[in-house]
Design a binder for this molecule. Sequence first.
Ligand code: SF4
Length: 430
Amino acid sequence: MEFSREKRLKARLAGDRRGDLYPHSLQFYLQPPTENISLAEFENFAIDRLKLLKVVENLGVSYVKGSDEYKSRLEREIRKLKFPFRALVEDDYDARRKDHISHFILRLAYCQSEDLRRWFIQQEMDLFRYRFNELTGDLVEKFLKYVNLSYGALTARSLPAVQSDERLQPLLNHLSHSYVGPDYSIQKNIGKISLEHIDALSVKSFPLCMRQLHKALRDNHHLRHGGRMQYGLFLKGIGLTLEQALQFWKSEFIKGKVDADKFDKGYAYSIRHNYGKEGKRTDYTPFSCMKIILSNPPSQGDYHGCPFRHSDPELLKQKLQSYKIPPTGITQILELVKGMHYQLACQKYFQLTHDVDDIGFSLNHPNQYFAESQKLLSGGREVKKEPSEPESSQQKLSSQKSTSSCSIPISSNTEADTELEGLDAYFTED
Ligand code: SF4
């Protein structure tokens, strides 16, 4: 596959040759694409396929694979994202091309580590299985004849060439660590949160990672730099102004070992920096789930990270018990954690703490969790509470052995994420 900076779509294949290239709606991705595409198309294709694979993962742990509900929801998503949705549809060159190219882009992004590879292969297998099962007997025969099953997994070997392309490598790295969702650095709710409400909000609307950080801050009157970054940017994202943030952190820290003078000298700068008022004056973006799950794991004395990913299962269980999560819910959460579906475990936690059967969104970001919780609690969105599920998640979980990794989705915050790396330097003080 070649890539061009120019805005052009150079489909070398036209007329009859299009049909030659994609004779089947289902593909075995034996050959990488060879056409030139624009970077914009490259990114759009990748984002759409990640959205699709994320749905595949979600459906795979919520419904029996192959059940009517599973199939109809998956077909709906495939159609929405304009991938080939029926094996029999002939005139879908664009969808087949998108399917082909996007698959190879994600191969590049997800072949970089064993965890990412496993996740990608699991979702692609499920997608392929669904599509294959939709084929008629005739088409199965034709398809098997068409594809040559003697192939080798070769993408990782082409990485050195790709890595030398300075335009692509940051994009590929970002794809595999990013999320699909809004940019939470844009503070729509700025000034709408009052400091007196934070304790109550932490119980009702914070995801577990932020609830844990808030409690540790209240208990210890201190958080180490990883916690201050993760929690500080989250609070900024939910609407705390700079003045509120300074007041919030200071009032807590001076209850501990840090006096007001030390706070002003050692910590206030980093908070102002956080809000883009110092240094490079970058408006820093709150961390996504993927960033929290995949980078900077907590060590002894740290409270940051994702409790579903970084806590010992027994400690997680005790924490959930103390938060009055019912035993069956705890078992379901722990099963999801065991299968490395950390964001789905968090979704289950949302479901149980908000008493809904269908949370109605795919979780990618702690600030999204907060926003959705507030929307729900304020009656801003319809609550879907079904009388009974066709099959409980517990039954479902025990009937499937999943080997996939954490939930993976995308964002367009490449620049902010990259700049965020530089922020660590300003939080050196413990
Ligand atoms: Fe926080 Fe995301 Fe983990 Fe939930 S899944 S606890 S929001 S990092």
